[in-house]
Design a protein around this ligand. Structure first.
Ligand SMILES: [Cu+2]
Length: 119
């Protein structure tokens, strides 16, 4: 071991000992704070909605989906028409498909930004 390593190890040890009490106090406080956040849901899970494709209109870039509750838009289940962000998304699905999708409000229009095969 080089002299400098020994010195920095000794310095680190000194730091650890001298700050031992404050560190313990901070750690205990962090545990208390985090226990209150445990029930939060991940944002991604809330944004993904379930639905069934009813109709596809490739010419206008629109899709009709019988959807479940849209949590992020505070919308109850219904059948409605959405725009799609990219017309190529309409090639991935066909009427009758069960899907999971993400819908966002873009320029005042409800737009489907992601589609995945659902179950
Ligand atoms: Cu709706």
């Amino acid at each position: 071991m080089k002299t400098s390593s020994v010195l920095s190890a000794a310095f680190a040890l000194t730091l650890a000992v001298s700050f031992n009490l404050p560190f313990s106090a901070i750690a205990a406080e962090e545990v208390e704070k985090s226990s209150g956040v445990a029930e939060m849901k991940p944002a991604d899970a809330a944004a993904m909605s379930a639905g069934e494709v009813k109709k596809i209109d490739k010419e206008t870039g629109k899709i009709t989906i019988k959807h479940g509750p849209l949590v992020n838009l505070d919308m109850p289940p219904m059948t409605m028409v959405f725009r799609v962000k990219d017309p190529a998304m309409l090639d991935q699905v066909k009427p009758g498909d069960k899907i999971n999708f993400v819908v966002e409000k873009a320029n005042g229009a409800l737009t489907v930004t992601q589609i995945q095969a659902g179950s």
